[in-house]
Design a protein around this ligand. Structure first.
Ligand code: ADP
Ligand code: ZN
Length: 739
């Protein structure tokens, strides 16, 4: 076998090297290799078979830097599984598995020199030194009273070097190099006060016991924890984590995104404040050095609770006892670049390989996880009541077709009901959140008079409007139709494209409610560093009356003074050309509604929509996950959508439109040959997002009851198709994004 080595350094070069006899080289090993006339360091990404006839002899690896690979055997197996399942090279997986900072030599641990006493100095020694060498005496006295009888050399004053040297020689003290931790939290201002565990209610207690009983078992089943918003899932996580730690195990906590879930992170920090050195929070703002240190602290078992987003699933925790995946339904768990793994699914896999307990928690589980809980693959635990005894917020649905009829000249952004509700909050000093899900480009056609949306007759997803050729196209099967001049349902000629953004809403709000203090949270407004933290801080301290935002504010925020949540256009997420549109809308309304009424006053939610009778909206209104899941699963079954089988997307991108299109057509022809039975092959089509970053995009959707035959078939076709240099082809298994 040869070793494929990623050379340290910014250019990320990859070369193959031969392995000399007697050297135990494996993927994940750090190695020293010859590079041109010099020697370089690198990481072994993969062991590759020797080519049958090499044109030239490969150079040999010089030596192993560490005898052991950096990757644990379990994580290496997880990596191999990912490479196989998502059809990507193991080297891309290893790259994700080992953070760049860990692979690169120059981030290695920072050290400082420390003077250490092994025993308190004898009285006669001190007496002698006091007379003959006052400086040495002073140093010894300092050390004798220092914690652990050790102090950094730098703290012993300039000009101590000679004294220290002779004391070391005389055996009075030792000088050692000590690793310095670059502590990312070192200058965190918020002092965390330790929080005591709450007395659990009965449902929480049952859930906790069920989870704890799995920790330390040889092969526990994954648990789906379905708990309504505010049911106290986090408290259950905290207490379960405590049990795992008490059993000598470590704990991994995955959250959708660190910056959007500050409260969850803070609650973990507070609960484990007494052991805060053992809590590692992995977020994207760590410096390379900090990341290096945190990674090694985790690997050595010094950090025993790790909290992080998707990629933290690879944290090298030893003795893993419990994995918690919070808000398991969130799309951010899926990586949208190669390797396109799903963090939740890898968490379940890793737990199975490690033999540890895993809990997936959500108020609105993904239908994939729900399905697994129904077929017995997962165990289901439920928390059906809010923990603090508060009622679920009242959800009202406003029919925007009637509003449109009232206001001439286009549909209103703000219904009368919502405006009145906002005014009332301003009077009482309570706060409001306005939510607009603006997934801009993929436009469907909707009639403002009757709410009708043009749908594919074969797939029951909204048709996408393609401006360039004035057509409506189904992005699952390829069905095409002309753009109607008037609504096919009610004949109203006003049928229009939906769409106004958060910025527009902010403008309108400033006019309608001039006295209100308004702030906006979306990707545009949050470009500035700390903008998100500052805005959320200002909202928390009630300096803002109304917060307008996109899905960025739908996650686990907790503001006790928010009593009103308005969802401006629920249809925006409902009629995107994606079979999960209904599921997302249900999740979104439920999650956003969960932001209301977290304090002492009951919350109210107003949902504006042109399709008030859509099941996603109606079931969310009643906080009825089961009802929603039941009807949605029926739809998925009928059309063979996940969780009944797998769905993947094959995309071709290029600066040259024709070449991208042609490549995809070629791939389509080849995929159609010897198509394994059961696989449904979609038509090659322009992507809903036809052009992005200057590149034209075309795609094919594939469905299959089983994952492997689909991946194998696509992989085989890709392997024997030579692609033009300027076309990139991407395969996305279990795709969540169809744009
Ligand atoms: P979830 O994570 O399910 O949304 P949280 O854990 O955030 O729910 O709990 C919601 C609120 O209820 C929090 O303010 C929390 O402190 C409180 N809470 C949780 N468990 C209990 C309990 N057993 N008794 C009283 N209050 C609780
Ligand atoms: Zn269709």
């Amino acid at each position: 076998m040869n070793a494929r080595v990623l050379i340290d350094g910014p250019s990320e070069l990859v070369f193959d090297y031969a392995v000399p006899a007697g050297l135990d080289v494996r993927a994940g090993c750090r190695v020293r290799v010859p590079l041109r006339r010099k020697s370089a360091t690198g990481t072994v990404l993969a062991m590759t078979p020797m080519p049958e006839q090499a044109d030239f002899a490969l150079r040999e690896i010089e030596s192993l830097i560490d005898p052991q690979p950096l990757i644990t055997p379990v994580l290496l197996r997880a990596g191999e599984w990912i490479a196989d399942y998502y059809a990507c090279g193991i080297e891309t997986v290893i790259r994700s598995l080992l953070p760049e900072s860990v692979r690169q030599e120059e981030n290695s641990a920072k050290t400082r020199r420390v003077a250490v006493l092994d025993a308190a100095p004898a009285a006669e020694v001190m007496a002698k030194l006091a007379r003959r060498a006052p400086r040495q005496h002073a140093i010894l006295a300092l050390l004798a009273h220092a914690p652990d009888m050790s102090l950094p050399v730098a703290d012993l004053g300039d000009g101590s070097a000679a004294a220290l040297k002779s004391m070391e020689k005389a055996g009075l003290l030792r000088l050692v190099a000590e690793e310095v931790r670059r502590d990312p939290e070192a200058d965190a201002h918020d002092e965390v006060v330790e929080s005591a565990p709450l007395a659990l209610n009965e449902a929480q207690q049952q859930a906790l016991e069920a989870i704890v009983s799995r920790i330390g078992q040889p092969a526990p089943k994954p648990v789906l924890l379905l708990g309504v918003t505010g049911s106290g899932k986090t408290e259950v996580y905290l207490q379960a984590a405590r049990h795992a730690l008490d059993m000598g195990k470590t704990v991994l906590v995955l959250v959708p995104e660190i910056s959007l879930t500050p409260q969850t992170v803070r609650r973990f920090k507070a609960r484990f404040a007494a052991m805060r050195d053992q809590v590692a929070v992995l977020h994207s703002h760590l410096s390379q050095g900090e990341r290096f240190d945190e990674w090694h602290r985790i690997r050595k078992g010094l950090a025993r609770i790790v909290i992080g987003a998707r990629s933290a699933v690879f944290a090298p925790l030893p003795d893993l006892g419990l994995v918690l995946v919070d808000e398991e339904h969130e799309n951010t768990y899926k990586q949208e670049s190669v390797p396109r793994y799903h963090g939740r699914d890898v968490a379940v896999l890793r737990a199975a390989l490690e033999g540890c307990a895993v809990v997936l928690g959500s108020a609105t589980p993904s239908l994939e996880s729900w399905h697994n809980s129904q077929t017995g693959k997962y165990d289901l635990l439920r928390l059906d009541q809010r923990a603090d005894g508060r009622k679920m917020p009242l959800v009202r649905v406003v029919d925007m077709r009637q509003e449109a009829a009232k206001h001439k000249g286009g549909p209103a952004v703000l219904s009368d009901k919502l405006r009145v509700a906002l005014e009332k909050r301003l009077e009482t000093g309570e706060q409001s959140i306005l939510f607009l899900n603006r997934r801009g480009f993929a436009r469907s056609l909707q009639c403002p008079a009757c709410g009708h949306v043009c749908q594919c007759p074969h797939c029951s997803v909204a048709l996408t409007y393609h401006r360039t050729d004035e057509r409506l196209v189904c992005h699952v099967c390829g069905h095409q139709s002309i753009v109607p001049r008037k609504c096919p349902e009610c004949k109203d000629p006003a049928i229009i494209m939906q769409g106004y953004g958060t910025q527009k809403v902010e403008e309108i709000m400033a006019k309608v409610l001039p006295a209100a203090k308004i702030a906006r949270i979306d990707a545009d407004a949050m470009r500035r560093k700390h903008a998100l933290r500052d805005t959320l801080g200002a909202f928390k301290s009630r300096k803002i009356d109304i917060l307008i935002g996109t899905q960025m504010i739908a996650k686990g925020l907790h503001f006790p003074n928010v009593t009103l949540v308005g969802i401006l256009n629920a249809d925006l997420s409902l009629h995107v050309p994606d079979f999960r549109a209904g599921e997302r809308t249900f999740q979104l309304i439920t999650q956003v509604a969960g932001r209301a009424g977290r304090g002492d006053i009951e919350g109210e939610v107003i949902v504006q929509t042109f399709t008030p009778h859509s099941p996603s909206i109606q079931y969310a209104r009643r906080h009825d996950f089961d009802g929603y899941a039941e009807q949605e699963m029926e739809f998925r079954r009928q059309f063979a959508f996940p969780p009944y089988g797998h769905c993947a997307v094959l995309t071709a991108r290029s600066n040259h439109e024709r070449r991208a299109g042609f490549t995809l057509q070629t791939l389509h022809l080849r995929l159609a040959e010897n198509l394994p039975s059961g696989i449904l092959l979609g038509e090659p089509l322009p992507s809903p997002l036809v052009k992005a970053h200057g590149q034209f995009r075309f795609q094919i959707t594939l469905r299959s009851p089983k994952a492997r035959p689909l991946t194998r078939h696509v992989q085989a076709v890709l392997a024997r198709t030579s692609l033009p240099e300027d076309v990139t082809v991407v395969f996305d298994m279990d795709a969540l994004n169809f744009s």
